[in-house]
Design a protein around this ligand. Structure first.
Ligand code: MN
Length: 694
């Protein structure tokens, strides 16, 4: 374990004016706070924060970052309080420690791609200061180096998954590729041990086969560069198992087909020397076409700069060479940490107002300029990220919402039914009003009630499209039901004022361009269909059910008055008939023997059949037919009726017993003679017991 003095010396080496008192104080404070706590490895817990601090010092970070490394677990794992930290170490360090603590509380368990991206954004948003993220990444690096001590395979896999899906991409995004490579490789080992071993065995075979390949290539490259008067440091680096595995998957090739397992690096002093070296290498070795890339002219999105080329090496195999300056090399390895740290004794002022770090700006710049091409955060995405808020369900699932979203938006995001029945909400354990705006990291617990439903006032404060449309849909459906009900009542009123029994069959809703009767009621309720039109339709509908007015001659009235056939007795041509004057309806024609005429006082109107009329009018007569209760009986009577040239307009089973069906059948016939023929045809059927006209 690094001692306090060793740590101070390490920092003083690049920052002679470092606040060593603060470092010493933090070292002792953390050691005492963790007391005799032990790591899974059995070593004292303090070994871990001390090691994190050392790694941060290796990155040449400022004193507050290193102090944060020492203290990063005290809030979470010891009884040290926020106030205590603030009193002893000040607001800057406390702010950073708190930031790292917040990140540690997030447990990632999903492996869905969009969840991973949301988690990364959440961590970035929660980090606030880029140093929080750097400390967290270094913390993760040390945890990965010691992950073998964790006994539970499940836990190891969970941490490995979180590392590979969240922390490694974050490290890559801010350019810290050395950390990224290492944590990714360890995570790969724990997630896919078989694949890892297979690749390692192959690498070992390649290594033993080409014993001096790396050394010979380095010697050759150094020699040709020296002959051209270029002072260069050449090294060879074997790629990590995980990056080989990814490449195999990406290109869908086997391990044998990957020829750039070793990457050679040529590090020179100036940009000019980079291009000179490239020229020299291309003169001495045959270039492999299509593999040259100039990331100096056009840096990668995470600010990576280098020349890449692949040539046929001295041993007649393809070798990949990266050419860069020392500064480029550092940025390639350390990314933002390289920008953040002290360069060549050029001290960045520290310890003042954290705002001086302009961390927002740098974070945004890094986000803008980072990531692999697939995950470039373009400007619009960045705005989206800026406008997002990340919250959690009680189960720890991450829910991403637009900034300004309320708890009702959250409820709808989980499920429409949760939103529709949301009656109360607990945020971080406290009851809050429904219009409460959410903040990053809030844990939201929705309380529902089956009696609750969306209110139109919600529409004013929700921000997500989903919540808005769900609330509007509900309110509309509620309105719709109300208008339909109103329309039904209005139509029923029209019926009763026309003295016609209410019957939906009389409503020809299609003539009002309505596809359903419900739509018709709704339109009446909304006033889209006028009641006058409804009235006309009802009276027309009733008369059109029987014959045309021309068939009847009203002897005491001039034509123009409405004529209807009574539904009780269905007069047909040839019957003795009489009209009854019904106010607001017109004349209703009955058979003179109809029982209805005996009731009440009627104003009779003399009527007769218009026999001169050559009209093709038909009539409906109602028959009572009793048939044997057998399945084929229905087919027999429908055949009999249609064979007589009549047609059935309505069948009603009035009564059904074990032996018989008692039916009411309306048949459409031309006249009395036709009706007689139809009845005769029915009576000849074996299954028909009786036929009687009503
Ligand atoms: Mn830690």
């Amino acid at each position: 374990m690094i001692t306090s003095a060793e740590l101070i010396n390490l920092v003083k080496a690049y920052d002679p004016e470092a606040n060593v008192d603060m470092l010493r104080k933090a070292y002792i404070f953390a050691m005492e706070a963790h007391g005799n706590q032990k790591r899974a490895s059995g070593s004292p817990y303090f070994y871990h924060p001390a090691e994190v601090a050392r790694l941060l010092a290796d990155l040449r970070l400022d004193v507050p970052s290193i102090v944060t490394g020492l203290l990063h677990d005290v809030l979470e794992d010891t009884c040290v309080t926020f106030e205590e930290l603030e009193e002893i170490f000040g607001s800057e360090v406390t702010f950073l420690v708190e930031g790292v603590t917040k990140l540690s509380k997030v447990n990632y368990s999903s492996s869905k791609a969009h969840q991973a991206e949301n988690f990364r954004k959440f961590l970035l948003a929660t980090s606030q200061d880029i140093r929080v993220l750097i400390v967290k990444l270094v913390d993760r690096l040390h945890n990965m180096r010691t992950i073998n001590y964790i006994a539970s395979i499940e836990k190891r896999k969970r941490i490995a998954l979180e590392t590979i899906e969240i922390y490694a991409p974050l490290a890559e995004r801010i350019g810290m590729s050395v950390i990224k490579d290492e944590i990714e490789d360890i995570a790969f080992y724990h997630l896919h041990p078989n694949e890892y071993r297979a690749i390692s065995v192959k690498l070992e075979q390649i290594r033993s086969k080409d014993d001096n390949f790396v050394q010979n290539t380095i010697t050759d490259l150094t020699r040709v560069l020296k002959e051209a008067n270029i002072d260069a440091t050449v090294s060879g680096r074997e790629k990590k198992a995980y990056s080989i595995w990814k490449k195999m998957q990406r290109r869908n090739v086997s391990l044998e087909q990957i020829n750039d397992i070793i990457a050679f690096r040529v590090i020179v002093k100036t940009v000019e020397q980079c291009y000179l070296s490239l020229g020299v290498i291309h003169t001495h070795f045959q270039i492999m076409p299509g593999r040259f890339k100039d990331y100096i002219s056009i840096p990668k999105l995470n600010n990576y700069r280098s020349l890449h080329t692949t040539v046929i090496g001295p041993l007649k195999q393809g070798i990949e060479i990266q050419i860069r300056t020392e500064e480029m090399h550092r940025i390639a390895d350390e990314g933002i940490a390289a920008h953040w740290s002290y360069k060549d004794g050029n001290v960045i002022p520290s310890g003042d107002d954290p705002k001086k770090y302009n961390w927002v700006k740098s974070l945004l710049t890094i986000l803008q300029n980072s990531g692999t091409p697939e995950e470039i955060m373009d400007h619009s995405k960045l705005e989206m990220f800026d406008n997002e808020v990340f919250c959690f369900t009680p189960a720890g699932d991450l829910i991403t919402l637009p900034r300004g979203a309320t708890v009702v938006d959250f409820a709808y995001e989980i499920h429409t039914s949760i939103g529709n029945t949301c009656i109360g909400v607990r945020v971080n354990g406290k009851m809050v009003p429904l219009k409460t705006v959410l903040r990053n990291g809030d844990q939201v617990d929705i309380i529902t009630s089956p009696y609750q439903h969306p209110e139109s006032s919600w529409e004013r404060f929700v921000v997500t499209g989903k919540a808005k449309s769900c609330i509007r849909k509900f309110i509309k459906s509620q309105e719709k039901a109300e208008f339909m009900n109103l329309g039904l009542q209005l139509v029923q009123n029209v019926f009763s004022s026309s003295q016609i029994a209410f019957s939906e069959q009389l409503i020809d809703y299609k003539s009002f361009s309505c596809s359903t009767i419900g739509r018709f009621y709704y339109n009446v309720g909304r006033g889209i269909i006028s009641l006058n039109n409804v009235r006309t339709m009802i009276s027309n509908g009733e008369s059109s059910k029987s014959l045309t007015e021309e068939a009847i001659c009203l002897m005491d009235f001039s034509p123009g008055i409405a004529v209807h056939f009574a539904e009780c007795c269905h007069p047909i041509l040839g019957d003795k008939i009489i009209g009854v004057l019904v106010p607001q309806k017109g004349v209703v024609v009955h058979i003179t023997s109809c029982d209805h005429l005996k009731k009440g006082k009627n104003i009779f109107v003399r009527t007769k059949w218009n026999k001169d009329d050559e009209s093709e009018s038909t009539f409906i007569a109602r028959l009572r037919i009793v048939i044997i209760n057998k399945t084929e009986s229905f087919a027999i009577i429908t055949n009999a009726i249609s064979s007589s040239g009549a047609s059935i307009t309505n069948i009603k089973v009035e009564h059904r017993s074990v032996d018989f069906f008692d039916l009411l059948v309306d048949v459409r016939v031309n006249d009395m003679i036709h009706l007689g023929e139809a009845q005769a045809a029915l009576r000849t059927c074996a299954n028909v017991r009786s036929v009687r006209r009503l």
